[in-house]
Design a protein around this ligand. Structure first.
Ligand code: ARG
Length: 260
């Protein structure tokens, strides 16, 4: 009697698992192999409002975090997120320690040499932050002869190095860059626009301001291993679904307000 009950419970459970896996396939004709395998995600949790951690909370938060959890759900895979410093993300992917990166990572040709990118999921670009009382820096060209902090391994680092006569300080996180600016160790921070804006508006940062001028226009993508075209296809299908069913817009509105 007891044994039968256990059997029934096991049967019900495996049915539930199969149903879960089945509904996430996205394309309808989902290949059987995608099962309930965990989707291992790497992100550099230092980039509000895309990926950050609030002291009181154990789960990582942000636009990217919500998006990748939704992508995982579409794929019928449990999502497990690891915090890895930005310059360690691509190496972690190459070592196959993780399946994908989502980290406000800009799609560019250099990175395409070592990873595959999903379709773009967010339009971004670089701006700069200076101290409130800064008079001599109004545009990027004014950075000549100035000290500028950037996060190591980012497009900001690469772009600022192209401006002649800039002394570039590469630090571990955007927060380190802002701290250095406030402490007077650098004259400006170059970083992604939405992160600069969030820092100034939401975190109540005082004594600093973001400038309007954009140095670049950039698109963010989810990255996966060079040899993982199948996963790339699945991620793109999931993203497409989320655009179609309104879930993407919901997540966008949660972090950035309604789309203009
Ligand atoms: N978009 C820039 C890049 O791809 C900066 C990304 C930084 N991301 C982060 N989570 N810290 O280089």
């Amino acid at each position: 009697m007891k044994f039968k009950k256990i059997l029934a419970a096991v049967a019900a459970m495996s049915f539930a698992v199969a149903a879960l896996a089945g509904c996430g396939g996205g394309s309808g004709s989902s290949s059987s192999s995608s099962g309930a395998k965990t989707l291992k995600v790497a992100s550099s949790i230092d980039f509000a409002p895309f990926e950050f951690q609030e002291e009181s909370q154990k789960d990582y938060q942000g636009f990217d975090m919500d998006l990748i959890r939704a992508v995982g759900k579409e794929m019928g895979r449990e999502v497990e997120i690891q915090n890895i410093s930005f310059d360690g993300l691509i190496p972690a992917l190459q070592a196959k320690n993780v399946d994908v990166i989502i980290s406000g990572m800009t799609i560019n040709d250099e990175r395409k040499q070592s990873v595959l990118f999903s379709d773009p999921y967010y339009q971004s670009g670089l701006t700069m932050v200076v101290r409130d009382n800064e008079e001599s820096i109004k545009k990027f060209q004014d950075l000549k002869g100035k000290k500028v902090a950037v996060q190591i391994g980012t497009t900001s680092a690469a772009e600022v190095k192209k401006i002649e006569g800039v002394e570039v300080k590469e630090l571990n996180t955007p927060a380190d860059c802002f701290m250095e600016l406030k402490a007077g160790g650098v004259d400006a921070v170059v970083n992604d626009r939405p992160v600069n804006d969030y820092y100034i508006q939401k975190s109540g940062a005082t004594g600093v301001k973001a400038l309007e001028e954009k140095l670049t226009a950039e698109d963010y993508g989810i990255a996966m291993g060079k040899d993982n075209a199948e996963l790339q296809k699945q991620v793109n299908e999931a993203l497409k679904k989320l655009h179609e069913n309104g879930e993407y817009d919901k997540i966008f509105a949660k972090w950035f307000g309604e789309k203009k």
